[in-house]
Design a protein around this ligand. Structure first.
Ligand code: HSX
Ligand code: HSX
Length: 208
């Protein structure tokens, strides 16, 4: 299933800054972090909670809830690593796994080079991090790795800033139970499978 963040003027303003080719690295990082924070909070909204009662300083009880279940982040290197801090800002001691997948820029085919994941990942909810979902090939390969480690599809939340309709469709048909949470669905892909209008190469703009 696909969840697009509410298209508020605030979010559109943030996206406008990071799409602008004249935005320099410092601002790109700062403003993309604000969007990442929104994505992480929305992702956390999908986790289960259970009833939990507390006593307030006024001596009254408050019947609330608390988070239930363990989580971990998994970033698709390199660009996905830019989303790790946003996750840590919300979940202090969160474990983070890494999957290195590189897309061949000629063929747009993803290639898996490396992965290192928490050993109890099958018992966790996974927030899969990659800012761009173009053809969906890279993230899909990462999902395969997670599934081989025993992570159920319905426990994966794929967070990204910009998706193409093709990338979204890829996930909807291939992994109907996986949740994709995105800030914006763009027009489409160009002949090099770059998202348009997009924002260019996220990894290059963030890391240099
Ligand atoms: C949990 O995972 C909490 O949100 C923590 O932020 C994080 C720590 O888990 P662990 O690595 O100590 O098991 O869901
Ligand atoms: C970019 O290419 C992104 O960060 C992703 O890792 C990948 C997206 O392309 P695709 O595999 O969805 O076509 O570097």
């Amino acid at each position: 299933t696909v969840h697009v963040l509410p298209q508020t003027p605030q979010l559109i303003a943030l996206l406008t800054i990071i799409r602008d080719k004249n935005t320099q690295r410092g601002d790109f990082i700062f403003y993309s972090n604000r969007i990442i924070r929104l994505l992480v909070e929305e992702g956390l909204n999908h986790l289960p909670v259970k009833e939990h009662e507390v006593t307030t300083p006024l001596g009254r009880t408050y019947a609330g809830v608390r988070f239930e279940g363990k989580i971990c982040g998994v970033s698709i290197m390199r660009a996905g690593e830019s989303m790790e801090q946003g996750l840590r800002d919300c979940c202090r001691s969160v474990r983070i796994g890494k999957i290195l997948i590189q897309r061949d820029e000629e063929t747009a085919q993803p290639k898996l080079f490396y992965h290192k994941l928490p050993n109890d990942i099958a018992d966790r909810w996974v927030l899969l991090l990659d800012p761009m979902n173009a053809t969906g090939g890279s993230a899909s390969m990462a999902v395969q790795v997670l599934k081989e480690k025993g992570v159920a599809e319905e426990r994966i939340l794929f967070l990204n800033l910009i998706a193409s309709p093709e990338g979204i469709e890829h996930f909807a048909s291939k992994y109907p139970k996986l949740r994709v949470i995105t800030a914006f669905i763009d027009e489409g892909l160009d002949d090099k499978n770059y998202i348009v209008p997009g924002l260019g190469d996220f990894g290059d703009r963030h890391f240099g």
